[in-house]
Design a protein around this ligand. Structure first.
Ligand code: UDP
Length: 500
């Protein structure tokens, strides 16, 4: 409440994909923990992924609620359950879902006009929220889910186009003008950077909308990437507030266990399996919510895990089907495919625990038995690994994941890569095979010889925890933002009254 008894009122509009939605829900919970009235707008199926957690906050007396809207699924020819990018099995469905999500604009605009909030926090993928915020004369804060570093890399590549000087796809180049030497190949750049794609128009709209926004929220902490936070603010001129790591907002066991969706494994089963292992001995493998590998690639991963002989937890994602698979009835059913007999063998020997579907990732990473994390380099996953003090094995696939890999391997030196060099759109195109020898080498570097990296990771984990405590850098930025939004509101009321 401000001095006049007004409670700041903020509406949150997440995108319907786990890596976007979860941190946005955490942002809304963070605002409400500071006494701000928070309203999250999404569909009821998406809300069911986090409703229990919000109910828990309400019981604690926090001013937070969910408002539901409906997705026009029939209009785009999608089944009722397909309301999140994680449930789209192929590119066609993903595009249809994109369209359905765009079509919610009028519903949300009506809600916003009725609610008259003091601020909108919107995912960048809803560019139209910038214009409704302007109409309502309220600030719009954009959230993309990425970090300062990847934003800076993307900016410098756009600005200086170093890849245009390169002859070969796999030739290395240095990204100009960054605080550190960052090396990439053209094959690791998103298609969008290299030529025309179907998404050009959308990304142009996102850029325009960001220019019209009040600022951006970043899920990171200053001590992790100070040179890039400064670069983004001073050289790129971005107004931003760093308020992460957001996953650390989940302090209760239940919040961690239920984060993002209902877990496919009983928490107790998972934790007691981990309790039976030595400290830092277990490798955790998870490629986020959208990645799909082919059966050949899954076989290479399975074989390398078995031959490395480390204990492991592997969250097996859905398989990328070939046209051959599609034609065979029995394969159509096999969403979480593994080589025959692998799971039983690993279970029998006690070496591996397989999770098919959704894992309580934050809870697992925080367990002292975890000694390494093989990740697709989604920013949430990297930050969760860092927050837990775990060194990383990087295996980027698409989006800005190759940029994220470089902060891990080249700047922070917290991990090693399996050596994927080729960016492939979404999780829907087959990537070149990474053979088991390369996977085994990366595993051994981190699990057997990773003491230095582990030490660095543990130090950063302490800094991450401090950043979100009272007086820490992220905590301070959050408080400064709320204060600024309060002043913005008071000023607009004064302006409105003087214009009358
Ligand atoms: N996640 C999880 N359990 C899973 C898979 C993913 O909790 O089985 C969470 C993970 O902790 C992270 C998010 O989903 O917070 C994935 O986001 P990220 O940015 O890493 O990747 P994306 O899924 O967006 O590619």
């Amino acid at each position: 409440m401000d001095s006049k008894g007004h409670q700041l009122d903020v509406v949150f509009i997440p995108y319907m994909a786990p890596g976007h939605m979860m941190p946005m829900v955490e942002i809304s919970r963070l605002f409400s923990s500071h006494g701000v009235k928070a309203t999250i707008i999404t569909t009821s199926i998406n809300a069911s992924r986090f409703k229990n957690i919000i109910d828990g906050d309400v019981k604690l007396g926090r001013p937070i609620s969910i408002l539901t809207i409906s997705l026009p699924l029939m209009e785009v020819g999608l089944p009722e359950g397909c309301q999140n990018l994680a449930s789209a099995p192929d590119p066609e469905t993903t595009i249809k879902l994109f369209h359905a999500i765009e079509m919610v604009q009028p519903q949300i605009e009506n809600l916003l006009t009725d609610l008259k909030p003091d601020c909108i926090v919107s995912d960048v993928l809803h560019p139209w929220t910038a214009y409704i915020a302007l109409q309502l004369s309220i600030p719009r804060l954009a959230f993309s889910g990425s970090c300062f570093f990847s934003d800076c890399v993307s900016y410098c590549i756009q600005q200086y186009a170093p890849h245009k000087e390169i002859q070969l796809e796999n030739e290395e180049f240095i990204v100009p003008n960054l605080p550190d030497q960052v090396v990439l190949t053209r094959s690791q750049l998103p298609d969008l950077v290299k030529g025309k794609t179907d998404f050009d128009e959308l990304f142009e709209r996102l850029r325009e909308a960001e220019k019209r926004s009040y600022g951006v929220l970043i899920n990171s902490f200053y001590e992790l990437e100070p040179a890039y936070a400064d670069y983004s603010r001073l050289q790129m001129g971005k107004r931003s507030w760093h308020i992460g790591p957001l996953s650390l907002f989940n302090r209760e066991m239940d919040d961690k266990a239920e984060r993002g969706d209902k877990s496919s494994i009983h928490t107790h089963t998972c934790l007691s399996w981990l309790d039976s292992k030595e400290p830092n001995s277990v490798l955790y493998i998870c490629f986020g919510s959208l990645t799909r590998f082919t059966k050949r690639q899954l076989t290479e991963i399975a074989t390398s895990l078995k031959e490395s002989a480390n204990p492991f937890i592997w969250v097996v994602g859905k398989v990328l089907k070939s046209s051959e698979d599609e034609s065979r009835e029995e394969d159509r059913e096999e969403e979480w495919w593994l080589p025959r007999g692998f799971e039983e063998q690993m279970k029998g020997s006690g070496q591996g625990l397989i999770i098919r579907g959704w894992a309580p990732q934050v809870l697992i990473l925080e367990h002292p038995a975890i000694g390494g994390f093989m990740t697709h380099c989604g920013w949430n996953s990297i930050l969760e690994g860092v927050s837990a003090g775990v060194p990383l094995i990087t295996w980027p696939i698409f989006a800005e994941q190759f940029y994220n890999e470089k902060i891990v391997t080249q700047v922070l030196k917290l991990g090693v890569g399996v050596g994927n060099k080729v960016w492939k759109v979404w999780a829907t195109e087959e990537s070149p095979l990474i053979e088991k020898e390369r996977i085994k080498k990366a595993i051994s570097t981190v699990m057997d010889d990773g003491e230095e990296m582990r030490k660095k990771a543990k130090k950063l984990s302490e800094l991450a925890k401090k950043a979100v405590e009272e007086g820490g850098s992220s905590h301070k930025d959050m408080k400064a933002l709320i204060e600024e939004l309060r002043l913005y509101r008071e000023k607009s009321i004064v302006q409105y009254n003087t214009q009358k």
